[in-house]
Every structure is written in structure tokens, then in C-alpha cells.
Design a protein around this ligand. Structure first.
Ligand code: BES
Ligand code: ZN
Ligand code: ZN
Length: 475
């Protein structure tokens, strides 16, 4: 889809269809144009194929409502193979939010067609700001930035939707190396043997039964005028069978989604570097497959992670092992940073708790929580706050090692996941950390909001907003 902004008058734009926005549904239905012609009515859309007009009823013009309306519109337009559309950005003497409209169009029209005979509907949308010509420069900047963000969300969706036979740890390493073509962005890939030498055992332990060897990938965007440094860690399990604690039935079907945390982290660093923001970003992801054969990690095994012995009680709680190595890597090789976030499809419990449309966030820093909640409101990507409480301490106790990776008591296992990760941070970094358990919103088997069936690209819009707000504009 191509979105163009123009200062031309609407009637001077050559386009097959025109979009007209109404606030009141009764007004549309009593409208004489509609009464005279044949029109097709679906939900809030009125397609008048004779005079090539489409009427859209928008009751509320808040950003989220606009995004959802325009993403629904984009899906309808593609059904009817409509190729070009024009609309006035001005509505009721006010200018509509261009970022919301663009996100609606670009994110709503996304389809994963790599494994389908269907082809994409190439639509061109022309937006007129004739009545607000003086705002053109400001608006075109918003449009260009939003396009970059949405392209990256769709980039992440494409990767997460790619099935495990075509996307394994090496594919992630190749994608990461490809990003180092971007200015100021570098990439290092650590192989199995490198990890052994570095004393990072957890990722390799998860990978034991896979023919596709694990990698740890470190991307670094280092602009010249950097103001702050943030670290993004990501769980990149390209497929999660559960290992020897095998997943059953339907539980395994969508487990290609288990790489979403890593791809979100990569999508964020790609976005920030393409927007050329003055914030240094490190992205550290563990790319690994959780498979099983006679060489697999088994419940009862004990592995050493950093200075702790960890009793593996459940090989399906593999994400926290992968992230533990990423944390140790950050402790040792990224000396100075201001904030650290981890992104992971870590627990099914996070879906049970909050319904699956929001991620569970956990942090001991009130300011980071507040800022993330603000960016969640701005971006429309939802978060639900969970707190670790004092009575849960001790749940990770092991009778044979220092800690277990998953206690027998499965209550609040999203909290337990974060508690496990906390064990591996240096004390001074705990207050810099916020955990995203995004098992719910990363991948849903339904169309919701601006999101398609499958991967959503969750987290990129939220974190781009957050990182933008870190910039001191006076500098
Ligand atoms: N990858 C899963 C979590 C998951 C579940 C992601 C559903 C997306 C949708 C994770 O590795 C896992 O299996 N977690 C276990 C943890 C348990 C053993 C404490 C779970 O959620 O059952
Ligand atoms: Zn698992
Ligand atoms: Zn997993």
C-alpha cells in the first residue's frame, strides 16, 4: 500500500474512489446520494459502486478509534480489490490524526501471503491537506516516520509468521547480520563454541537436541550524538516443542511465535536506527530451537548459569534459561547502560491472567513503569502491571541445586518467570529493568484491532514512543 500526502484540492486528485467520513450513522442512511443509488452496506462502511464513493462512519475520532476504523476499512478495500482512494484529511473543520490513519491503513492491510496463492491488493491512498497547506511540512514528517514504524511492525510480523522449517537460529543470525547494513548499526553473532568459551551454558543446554545450532546475537546502534543507552534482550526460540516436558495437543501448534521477543527487540533497534534517533541501543537475543531426542536436556539435569546451579525441573520453561544467558552477556559485555528491557513469550499464564491482549509488565522502578504505561496509551499497545510480592520469595528453592527453573506450584508462573530472571542481574541493574511477558499479544489466532491473524509485531510501536520520549530536545 502506498500513502501519499498532497496539498491538492480533493477534486483535482485523480483517483477511482473517494472516501467520505460521517460522524452520525443516521445522516448516512438518510443521505440522498445513498437513497438514489444502489449501495452496499457492511458494518460501518457504505460502498457506493455507482458513483465511486465510500462512506465511513466514525463515531469517535480518538486515535485508537481512528486506527481501528481505518484498519477495518483497509481490509474491506482489499476484498473489493479497490486500487486507488482519495480523502480529505479535514473533518468537521479539524485535521484528523495522520499517524493514526496511516497506522490503521498500513497495519490493517497486512497479510501474510508467503505461503498462499493469493496476492496483495496494491492500493494507493491520496490524502489531501488542502485546507491546512501550512502544516504540510509537519505532516509529511509524521507520515514518513509512521511509514518507517509500520514497515518494521510488518517486517516483524513476516518473520514471526514464518514456519519453523524455514526459520531457525541461523535464519535469525542472517537477518541480524543484514541489519548491519544500516548506518551506525553493527552485529556480532556468537556460535555454540563461542558460547562455551564464554561460559554461557544455558542457551546451548536448551539447544542440545536440535540439529540447528544455537546463536547469541548482539546488535549495537551507536549514533554519534547519543544521549542515553538502552539494552533490549529477546527470547528467540524459533520453535518450542517443550523439549522432554513435551507440549501436548494444540499447545504446540503456534509455537513458531516463540521467537517474537527476539524479533520485537530486533524490530525496535531497526526502527530506532532508521529514524536516526540519538539513543544508543543494544539488542541481545538468544536464537535457539527447543527440540527433543536422546541427547536432550531432561528434567532432573542440573546446569550452571553464571555462578548458580539450576535444577531443570521443566524443559518447557526454556525461555528463562535463554534470557539468563542474555542477561549474563549484558552484565559482562555491555558495561554502561541506563535501561534494560526483556521481551519474551514467556508464559501461558500471562494469557490466562489478563486475557491475551496485553503483555504482563514487571519492574521495581516506578518511573519506568509510569513511562511505559504512558507509551502504552500513546501507542495503543496494551500492558498489564504485575508485582512480585514478598511471600513469593523462596518459591525457586531447589533441594539439589541453588534454584529450580520452574517450581512444582504453578500459581503465578508469570511472576515466577520474572523472579527467575532477576536472579541473574547485577544488583545495580535491577532498578534499570522492566520485563515484558508478551505471550498473549505477540500472536493471536484472530484479527483484533489493527492486528491480523497470527503475529502482531507487538512492542515496536510502544517502545519507539518510549525511546522518543527519552530524547532531550534542548540538546
Ligand atoms: N513458549 C511458552 C509460553 C507460551 C505459551 C507462549 C503460550 C505463547 C503462548 C513457554 O516456553 C512455556 O512453555 N512456558 C510454560 C512455563 C511453565 C512450564 C512454568 C507454560 O506457560 O506453560
Ligand atoms: Zn516452553
Ligand atoms: Zn517457550
Amino acid at each position: 500500500m502506498n500513502i501519499l500526502l498532497t496539498t491538492k484540492k480533493l477534486q483535482d486528485i485523480i483517483s477511482t474512489y473517494e472516501l467520505i467520513i460521517f460522524k452520525n450513522i443516521n445522516k448516512i442512511e438518510n443521505n440522498s446520494i445513498l437513497q438514489n443509488d444502489t449501495y452496499f452496506h457492511k458494518n460501518k462502511f457504505y460502498f457506493n459502486f455507482e458513483n465511486k464513493k465510500i462512506y465511513l462512519c466514525i463515531k469517535k475520532t480518538k486515535n485508537e478509534d481512528l486506527k481501528i476504523s481505518f484498519s477495518n476499512l483497509a481490509r474491506e478495500l482489499s476484498k473489493y480489490k479497490i486500487k486507488s482512494l482519495k480523502m480529505n484529511l479535514v473533518f468537521n473543520d479539524d485535521i484528523l490524526n495522520l499517524q493514526a490513519i496511516t497506522e490503521g491503513f498500513l497495519l490493517g492491510s497486512y497479510k501474510f501471503l508467503k505461503y498462499s496463492k493469493k496476492t496483495e491488493n496494491e492500493l494507493e491512498v491520496s490524502l489531501s491537506c488542502f485546507d491546512y497547506k501550512e502544516k504540510y511540512k509537519e505532516l509529511i514528517t509524521i507520515l514518513e516516520e509512521t511509514k518507517i514504524i509500520c514497515d518494521n511492525v510488518n517486517f516483524a510480523r513476516d518473520i514471526v509468521n514464518t514456519p519453523p522449517q524455514d526459520y531457525y537460529p541461523n535464519s535469525m543470525a542472517l537477518d541480524a547480520l543484514n541489519l548491519s547494513k544500516i548506518e551506525d548499526l553493527s552485529c556480532t553473532v556468537y556460535e555454540e563454541t563461542d558460547l562455551e568459551k564464554m561460559g554461557l551454558n544455558a542457551i546451548n543446554a536448551v539447544s542440545k537436541a536440535s540439529v540447528n545450532k544455537a546463536k547469541l546475537i548482539h546488535l549495537n546502534y551507536k549514533p554519534k550524538d547519543t544521549q542515553k543507552t538502552i539494552v533490549l534482550l529477546g527470547k528467540g526460540v524459533t520453535y518450542d516443542t517443550g523439549g522432554m516436558s513435551l507440549k501436548r495437543g494444540d499447545g504446540m501448534v503456534s509455537m513458531k511465535c516463540d521467537k517474537a521477543g527476539a524479533i520485537t527487540a530486533m524490530g525496535i533497534i531497526k526502527t530506532i536506527s532508521e529514524l536516526k534517533l540519538p539513543i544508543e541501543v543494544h539488542c541481545v537475543v538468544g536464537a535457539v530451537e527447543n527440540m527433543l531426542d536422546s541427547s536432550a536436556l531432561v528434567p532432573g539435569d542440573v546446569i550452571k548459569i553464571g555462578d548458580k546451579f539450576v535444577e531443570i525441573t521443566n524443559t518447557d520453561a526454556e525461555g528463562r534459561l535463554v534470557l539468563a544467558d542474555c542477561i549474563l552477556y549484558a552484565n559482562q559485555y555491555i558495561k554502561d547502560f541506563d535501561y534494560i528491557f526483556d521481551f519474551a513469550t514467556l508464559t501461558g499464564a500471562s494469557i490466562n491472567c489478563f486475557g491475551g491482549y496485553s503483555s504482563v509488565i514487571i519492574s521495581e522502578n516506578k518511573k519506568i513503569i509510569k513511562d511505559i504505561q504512558k507509551s502504552s496509551k500513546n501507542s495503543g499497545e496494551l500492558v498489564s502491571l504485575m508485582e512480585i510480592n514478598r511471600y513469593m520469595q523462596g518459591r525457586l528453592k531447589s533441594d539439589v541445586a541453588d534454584i529450580v527453573n520452574s517450581p512444582a506450584n504453578k500459581n503465578a508462573s508469570s511472576m515466577i518467570g520474572a523472579m527467575f530472571l532477576k536472579e541473574f542481574f547485577e544488583k545495580k541493574n535491577i532498578k534499570k529493568w522492566l520485563h515484558f511477558d508478551m505471550a498473549g499479544p505477540a500472536f493471536r489466532r484472530e484479527i483484533w484491532g489493527v492486528n491480523p491473524y497470527g503475529a502482531s509485531g507487538y512492542g515496536i510501536r510502544l517502545m519507539t514512543d518510549y525511546i522518543k520520549n527519552l530524547i532531550d530536545k534542548e540538546k
